[in-house]
Design a protein around this ligand. Structure first.
Ligand SMILES: [Zn+2]
Length: 194
């Protein structure tokens, strides 16, 4: 079975207390996030790492504090979550071959990863039989990723100990919505034991 991991927005601005849009408690995910990304590398599992990649005056900053501005440290992923042979797919027209990449960084400047114009083509290229989704923020970008991948009809697994909410109250509701749409729940330990 060909699985694909989706590592959502695990960037310095979200993960750490000094970040521009810190997700409380997100730094505690680091061991699980690192384990998952390196498990993907060790097992030849394609790893898609979405990243918020904003301009300084991005329209999203009318709703959210400025965060993940291209060229800033906060926009980057912690080095422990980076794999070798990375390629970046910007949210812009162009041709971005992904052959041989160990990690595909899929940039976006909106919450929804499907706004990257290369998303559909990337899915066609990956030909996944199942998806595993983790990262931040549960009720925003993780939710949208899980729901978008569920539309492919393939199994989508949400790794519940490798996601984090901005508002704890939204966690249960989001998980109920995702499982109602067909997502399965799993843990990093369970995934990495396979
Ligand atoms: Zn953003």
């Amino acid at each position: 079975m060909r699985t694909v991991f989706f590592d959502i927005d695990t960037q310095i601005d979200f993960l750490f207390p000094a970040g521009a849009l810190y997700v409380p408690g997100a730094e505690t995910l680091m061991p699980a996030l690192s384990r998952l990304n390196h498990y993907a590398a060790a097992h030849g599992i394609p790893l898609i790492s979405t990243t918020c990649a904003h301009a300084e005056d991005d329209p999203e900053f009318r709703q959210w504090p400025a965060h993940c501005v291209l060229g800033t440290v906060g926009q980057q992923k912690p080095s422990d979550l980076l794999l070798g042979k990375r390629i970046v797919i910007p949210a812009a027209p162009g041709s971005f071959p992904v052959e041989g990449a160990g990690q595909i960084i899929l940039q976006k400047n909106q919450l929804d990863l499907t706004t990257n114009p290369h998303f559909s083509r990337l899915l066609e290229h990956l030909k996944a039989d199942a998806y595993f989704v983790y990262g931040v923020v549960t009720e925003y970008c993780v939710r949208l990723a899980a729901l978008a991948l569920l539309k492919t009809g393939k199994p989508v697994n949400l790794i519940t100990d490798a996601i984090q909410t901005l508002r704890a109250a939204d966690s249960g509701q989001t998980i109920t919505e995702c499982t109602g749409a067909g997502a399965r729940l799993t843990t990093a330990a369970e995934v990495c034991a396979q």
